[in-house]
Design a protein around this ligand. Structure first.
Ligand SMILES: Nc1nc2c(ncn2[C@@H]2O[C@H](COP(=O)(O)OP(=O)(O)OP(=O)(O)O)[C@@H](O)[C@H]2O)c(=O)[nH]1
Length: 777
């Protein structure tokens, strides 16, 4: 029997699933005892009392056990056990009547009698139980199983009728049509049970033991029942062995019902699904059908005339066979339809991006290959516009991955709207998109249109997001030599990368020199990765001097990297670290180093000293940044204002609110925040006012010609006054000549930094610097 689903442990391993041993022993004892009693009891008394009562008890036991099992089972299994219980109870009722007549009334039960109602009901209900057990999914499969059962039963019934039963019945029943019908019905129903039993077992999934026991029980029952039909037809039924079949049959059903339910392990189900015997079982019903047609044909060839019932049965068998085939064909065409739909879905999935619905890399490369083949043959121009969103990671980090996804979808829509029909727009992965242009024309205006399509800000779940993209173009003109698809794509990628390197938000067309630069970039990136891991990137410290006293009031920490004996400039390796995603680690390392040094230098020092560390815009609003700083301040017990973080205008204005929050939090920790490179960006007075800064650093370009160019001096004066008005201390950078210094002092600037006042020095030299004589100013 099938196991109850849903109420079982996930694995039945290590747990017996068969019937209780005591029950098996009892059944064996009953069967052996029955045989012993048969030998040792006078036949008449045995048949009348022992045989009848034991059969009745066996039927009742099976009915009770199956009812109990139905009570605990669920779904189709529950219905199946209920049918079996009802069937065995009906049989027991018939047997009860039989006992009443034979034991109480002391007579002989006639055939047919009212008991036959119960006896016929049993195989019908048991057949229903087996049909319910067939693990057929869906109504079509169940219809197929039902047709199989009907077809095979009719065929097997026909064979048995044509070969033996017909003759026996004809010889013995005379005019009693009910008796004749019953005598045919019993073996036909028995055949039905046997066929269904075999099919059930062949298609069984999960724990087959209870199903096996039920089928074995029904087999024993059917053999006895058919045997009874023959001997009853022959008129000499006297119990004995046939009764043993009924008893054993019911007791086996009872044992099956007593089996402990086993889990239908997933693995077992899967094994079953892969098992080819499951499909071989589908051929089983054809065996009796073929046999019945062959037997009928042989008989007809030998001169046998078929009567109308036999002919009708042949017609029924053939009709059922045709119906079965029709259902199978219909199912096949349904399956073929489903398969075709699924296949086209799969094909779509294989060639399209799941998020945006655009072509994916595979389809893009396929189309590109095709376009390149046409270029090779007809010299048709091909161009690829490669696009990567700028700072998309920030959107993910600040607004969440889901909003990032939404942005990608909306970007895809804008791109599709910006190109011509026929151009292939693809998402190659992450925030990378590409457009394939196959019909000639200049790709630059199209790239510009694509870029312009992203200009209107995106509103995503209430947040307004500005999106830019770096775009690379690679074009293959008629006169260009053929190229492989991935090479053309790689070149457009290189051009895009070049756009990133030169400041993002721009369009760059591919040129051959780029690849080399990119290659060098790749080599350098790996070296930088190792340098950061090995802590080879170090800090040098440049003094910031208080102009009034000449005292060193602060030190700007500047990252230095020496690679292969060459000093790599910070404006090369810092953007490289940004592009390569190394910035978080690098910033954390450098901050920790600076804090350790600061703590050492300020120990025992009475005058205040600050260390200024530059923080990249991306780091300022990165999650966890403030926590990292807080931990360092706490661990080194840094004095308020000891650590100053220098941030650039682009860092602040990329996301003004987030930056303001972070700056406020940092200041709450006693960390100073200074605006670096002031004047070169686009800060307005109002915006600066809203940002709780500690100081601003005037960009070196304001000082470059301040001692020679009157206009620049006037401008610097205005800037200093402006800063003073809003109460922001100013540090002037890039002081290299005494004249610059003189002017700065004259304009009232309090702090300055530059080669004239002190070059960056190694940390080891700082104590001497701090202890040294004040800079003569
Ligand atoms: N929301 C979302 N994010 C993705 C998806 N696929 C990749 N990403 C993220 O997209 C980001 C792509 O980063 P990059 O292009 O390297 O970096 P970026 O921030 O755009 O910076 P630049 O390209 O240098 O301007 C990574 O943070 C990925 O985790 C996706 O399907 N959905």
């Amino acid at each position: 029997m099938t196991t109850e689903r849903g109420s079982l442990p996930a694995s039945g391993r290590g747990r017996r699933t068969g019937p209780p041993r005591a029950a098996v022993l009892l059944v064996v004892l009953v069967l052996v005892g029955y045989q012993v009693a048969q030998v040792s009891t006078p036949p008449i008394a045995f048949d009348r009392y022992v045989s009848n009562l034991v059969q009745l008890l066996a039927g009742l036991t099976a009915a009770a056990a199956a009812a109990r099992r139905a009570g605990t089972a669920t779904g189709r299994s529950r219905l199946s056990w209920a049918c079996l219980s009802l069937g065995t109870a009906a049989w027991a009722a018939g047997q009860g009547w039989w006992c009443w007549v034979q034991i109480v009334q002391g007579g002989e039960a006639p055939f047919p009698s009212v008991a036959d109602i119960g006896f016929v009901a049993f195989p019908l209900l048991a057949a229903a139980a087996l049909l319910l057990l067939q693990t057929a999914d869906g109504s079509t499969a169940r219809l197929q199983r039902t047709l199989d059962a009907a077809m095979t039963s009719a065929a097997a019934g026909l064979v048995s009728w044509e070969t033996t039963l017909g003759a026996v019945v004809a010889a013995n029943t005379g005019d009693d049509r009910l008796a004749g019908t019953l005598l045919v019905a019993y073996p036909v129903l028995d055949v039905l049970l046997i066929v269904l039993g075999v099919l059930t077992l062949a298609r069984a999934t999960g724990d087959r033991l209870p199903q096996g026991l039920v089928v074995l029980g029904l087999l024993a029952f059917s053999v006895s029942d058919s045997g009874f039909a023959f001997v009853a037809a022959a008129g000499d039924y006297d119990g004995n062995l046939l009764d043993l079949g009924w008893i054993a049959g019911f007791l086996l059903i009872a044992l099956a019902a007593l089996c402990r339910p086993a889990a239908v392990g997933r693995a077992a189900e899967e094994r079953r699904a892969e098992d080819p015997s499951a499909s071989r079982a589908d051929y089983l019903p054809y065996v009796p059908v073929a046999l019945s047609l062959v037997v009928t044909a042989v008989l007809v060839f030998r001169g046998r005339m078929l009567d109308r019932w036999e002919l009708l049965t042949v017609v029924v068998v053939v009709a059922l066979l045709l119906a079965r085939q029709y259902v199978a064909l219909r199912d096949n065409s349904r399956l073929a339809g489903e398969l075709a739909t699924r296949e086209s879905e799969l094909r779509h999935q294989a060639f399209h991006d799941g998020l945006t619905g655009l072509a994916n890399r595979a389809l893009f490369l396929d189309r590109l290959q095709h376009a390149l083949a046409l270029h090779a043959r007809d010299l048709r121009p091909v161009a690829v516009v490669f696009l990567d969103l700028d700072d998309f990671k920030v959107v993910n980090d600040t607004l969440g991955h889901a909003v990032g996804d939404e942005l990608l979808v909306r970007v895809a829509e804008r791109l599709t709207g910006a190109v011509r029909t026929g151009d292939t727009v693809a998402r190659l992965g992450g925030d990378e998109f590409a457009v394939l242009l196959e019909d000639g024309g200049d790709p630059m205006p199209i790239a510009a249109k694509v870029s312009a399509s992203l200009v209107p800000p995106f509103t995503l779940r209430g947040d307004v997001v500005d999106v830019h993209a770096s775009i690379g173009i690679c074009e293959l003109d008629a006169e260009d030599a053929p190229l492989a698809a991935d090479e053309l794509l790689a070149r457009s990628d290189t051009a895009m990368y070049s756009a990133k390197r030169s400041g993002k938000d721009r369009i760059v067309a591919y040129s051959p020199g780029m690849s080399l630069a990119e290659l060098q970039d790749g080599v350098l990136r790996e070296a930088l990765r190792l340098a950061i891991a090995d802590r080879v990137v170090r800090l040098h410290y440049q003094p910031i001097v208080e102009l009034e006293t000449g005292r060193v009031s602060g030190l700007e920490a500047l990252a230095r990297w020496r690679h292969d004996g060459v000093d790599i400039p910070p404006d090369v390796f810092i953007p490289l670290a940004e592009r390569s995603g190394f910035m978080t680690v690098l910033t954390a390392d450098l901050l920790a180093a600076a804090c350790t040094r600061l703590a050492g230098w300020t120990r025992g020092r009475t005058e205040p000293l600050s260390v200024h560390v530059n923080v990249a815009p991306s780091q300022l609003i990165a999650p966890g940044f403030v926590d990292t700083v807080a931990e360092l301040v706490r661990a080194h017990r840094l004095p308020a204002g000891g650590l100053v973080l220098e941030i650039t205008e682009s860092g602040i204005f990329a996301d003004l609110d987030a930056a303001r929050r972070t700056v406020t939090e940092l200041r709450g920790l006693g960390v100073g925040v200074s605006l670096d490179d002031f004047g070169v960006g686009y800060s307005s007075l109002a915006q600066l006012n809203a940002m709780p800064l500690d100081s601003v650093k005037i960009d070196r370009s304001f000082l470059a010609a301040v001692d020679t160019d009157r206009r620049q001096a006037t401008f610097l004066h205005a800037v200093l006054r402006l800063a003073e008005e809003i109460g922001l201390p100013v540090v002037a950078e890039g002081v290299e000549r005494p004249a610059q210094l003189t002017l700065l002092r004259a304009l009232g600037c309090r702090h300055a930094q530059g080669y004239l006042l002190g070059r960056p020095v190694d940390a080891a030299e700082v104590p001497a610097l701090l202890a040294g004589i004040a800079v003569p100013v």
